[in-house]
Design a protein. Structure first.
Length: 151
C-alpha cells in the first residue's frame, strides 16, 4: 500500500473506508482487482499444477504470492503489532490456501486472502480517487461569468 494516507490507517479504518457508500465504485473495482489474483493462484495451485506446464504454473503461483503476501503482511502487522506474528500469519494463510489437503481449510484461506486483498485495493483506489487539496494552494477565484457552450 504505497499511498501515504492509507499507510497510516489501521485495519478497522480501512474496512470503514472500503464500506463507506461514497467509495462504492472504488471498492467494487478494488474488490475485483484484489480478489482475482488469490482466486487464480488457488485454481492454478489446486487444479492445473501438473504436466508439461508445471514450471510455468509454479511461476504463476509465485507471482500470485508476490502480489498477495506484502498486503497480507501489512494488514497482519497492523493488527497484531508484531513483525514475527505477521510473518507467521502470512506463511500460514498463504501456505494453507496453496498446500492444505483439507478442502474447507483451503477455501477458508482463500476467503481470508480475498477479503484482505480486495479491501486493501479498494482503499487504495478510494484514497486516490479523492482529490487532495494542497494546504498551501488557494482556492480558485470564482468569476460571476459562466461559459457558454459553442454549438
Amino acid at each position: 500500500m504505497a499511498n501515504a494516507t492509507l499507510s497510516r490507517l489501521g485495519v478497522v479504518d480501512q474496512v470503514r473506508l472500503a464500506t463507506n457508500p461514497r467509495n462504492r465504485l472504488a471498492s467494487t473495482i478494488g474488490g475485483l482487482l484484489g480478489a482475482v489474483v488469490p482466486i487464480m493462484t488457488y485454481w492454478i495451485a489446486h487444479y492445473e499444477h501438473t504436466g508439461e506446464l508445471r514450471s510455468i504454473h509454479t511461476a504463476l503461483v509465485a507471482g500470485g504470492l508476490a502480489y498477495s503476501a506484502p498486503t497480507v503482511f501489512q494488514w497482519a502487522h497492523r493488527a497484531l503489532q508484531s513483525r514475527l506474528k505477521a510473518a507467521g500469519f502470512v506463511v500460514l494463510v498463504e501456505g494453507v490456501m496453496l498446500a492444505s489437503g483439507t478442502p474447507w481449510l483451503t477455501l477458508l484461506g482463500l476467503a481470508v486472502l480475498v477479503a484482505i486483498n480486495a479491501t486493501a485495493t479498494g482503499c487504495n483506489l478510494a484514497t486516490e480517487a479523492r482529490p487532495q487539496r494542497k494546504p498551501w494552494a488557494k482556492a480558485a477565484p470564482r468569476s460571476g461569468r459562466r461559459l457558454k457552450a459553442v454549438a
